[in-house]
Design a protein around this ligand. Structure first.
Ligand code: GDP
Ligand code: IMO
Ligand code: MG
Length: 424
């Protein structure tokens, strides 16, 4: 069986968690390869709703190995709380594996995240989740990070922890960042380290063993392509490679291991946090999408900004990700609309552009060129196959696929696991 990657095509929150859960019916291992607990992946099945932040979305499938790979930045306290929360709900976490090469989010990373956001000039704030993601990846690149392997050597961990914490306290509180109570912080960390110790392992070995044994492995992306640190709307991005290429380094698999890339595409567009959004509808359409789609952040609860589907961005994203099959989600949210718009090109300073520009400032000046399609004005939430969809909904999907030069493999018409069907 194959190794597949699943990534978000837009600004995150496309419904990746739901699609992973559906696809995990056939997968033996699910691996998170980047990001951290900035992610909020919702899984709804059997009258249960879970929001997962670090634990892979295969956790509801008994027997599926759920691996947190080396490319992830892990908040030990956050992960412990999440795993305990799952256990309290009767969900086994026995199959969770935590990479000994992952980097750990330390308390000073969270303080720095808040500090950086607080001191940013107007227009420069990223609107981060304040989970310490950027500073933790910065420490990794700076070669001052603390890795999962240190969990297995607590006294060495404590030495590193106290040294880095002291460095933080020396440099930042003088400039207005919060002073860290090192003893208290270590006490809290120590509890998390003890809890996580049995789960730390060399996931490079276990993932490659699964691949070599021909098991089906699903690599679960977090965030989305427009938040990718190389390909997104820089600097309004997250700090990892969210696109499919990141799956190789973040899960420790060779490129040739990957045989299929799923791109999850919301039938419209949302964005949480700051930064340009060419198809944003700051009007009654945006409010409609927000309310009907329940567009409030699964991690921070912040309202998500909403707008029409942006083909210019999505086309770029499909190209960079090498999307083989699209999973189109939240089609049902469009059910009541009289007409639905798709942005097919950008007009910037009078010039028509079909390519996503590198200059993020240009995105603030986009006049979106729309194609308008008629709404289907009927309920799709009970559709079980392509033929159950109203003709106009089929036409919408076919037009999206045509514009993206991509094939649709899954359509999702509601949050529940059962409100999903394969089309390829
Ligand atoms: P992720 O971060 O990509 O996993 O997505 P989130 O879980 O943050 O946000 C997606 C939201 O949409 C969640 O509340 C899901 O339960 C919900 N959802 C997923 N697919 C559908 C769908 O097809 N229709 C509707 N109405 N809701 C969906
Ligand atoms: P999932 O996996 C949507 C956004 C933040 C902010 C920017 C940087 O659920 O799709 P960070 O905390 O990563 O430094 O914030 O990225 N962001 C997300 N937006 N979905 C996510 O994850 C996100 N993770 C981060 O809102 O704009
Ligand atoms: Mg989310």
């Amino acid at each position: 069986m194959a190794v597949s990657v699943l990534v978000g095509v837009q600004w995150g929150d496309e419904g990746k968690g739901k699609i992973i859960d559906v696809l995990t019916r056939d997968a033996e291992m699910v691996v998170r390869f980047q990001g951290g607990n900035n992610a909020g992946h919702t899984v709804e099945a059997e009258d249960r709703k879970l929001v997962l932040h670090l634990v892979p979305s295969g956790i509801l499938r008994e027997g599926t190995a759920c691996v947190i790979g080396n490319g992830v930045v892990v908040d030990p306290i956050g992960l412990m709380q999440e795993m305990k929360g799952l256990t309290d709900q009767g969900i086994s976490v026995a199959n969770v594996q935590l990479s000994d090469r992952c980097h750990l989010i330390m308390p000073w990373h969270k303080l720095l995240d808040a500090y950086n956001e607080g001191k940013a000039a107007p227009g420069k704030k990223i609107g981060t989740t304040k989970r310490g993601i950027g500073p933790a990846y910065a420490s990794k690149a700076n070669r001052t990070g603390i890795r999962g392997v240190e969990i297995l050597n607590k006294s060495r961990f404590e030495t590193l922890f106290r040294a880095e914490a002291a460095e933080y306290n020396k440099l930042y509180p003088a400039h207005g960042s919060e002073l860290l109570d090192v003893d208290k912080a270590w006490e809290e960390m120590s509890v998390a380290i003890d809890y996580l110790t049995p789960y730390v392992t060399d996931t490079t070995v276990s993932i490659n063993a699964a691949y070599k044994a021909g098991k089906s492995v699903l690599l679960e992306g977090a965030q989305g392509a427009f938040l990718d640190i190389d390909h997104g709307t820089y600097p309004f991005v997250t700090s990892s490679n969210t696109t499919s290429g990141g799956a190789c380094t973040g899960a420790a698999l060779p490129p040739r291991a990957i045989s299929n890339v799923w791109g999850v595409l919301k039938a419209y567009t949302t964005r949480v946090g700051e930064g340009p959004f060419p198809t944003e509808q700051d009007n009654e359409i945006g409010s409609f999408l927000q309310n009907k789609g329940g567009e409030f952040g699964a991690t921070t609860g912040r309202p998500r900004r909403c707008g029409w589907l942006d083909i210019v961005g999505a086309r770029y994203s499909c190209m960079v990700n090498g999307v083989d099959l699209l999973a189109v989600t939240k089609l049902d949210v469009l059910d009541e609309l009289d007409e639905i718009k798709i942005c097919t090109a950008y007009k910037i300073n009078g010039e028509i552009r079909e390519n996503f520009p590198a200059d993020t400032t240009l995105l603030d000046h986009v006049e979106a060129i729309y194609e308008t399609l008629p709404g289907w004005k009927s309920d799709t939430t009970k559709a079980k196959c392509w033929e159950d969809l109203p003709e106009k909904a089929q036409k919408y999907l076919l037009r999206v696929a045509e514009l993206l030069d991509a094939k649709i493999g899954i359509v999702s018409v509601g949050p529940d696991r059962d409100q999903t069907f394969r089309t390829a």
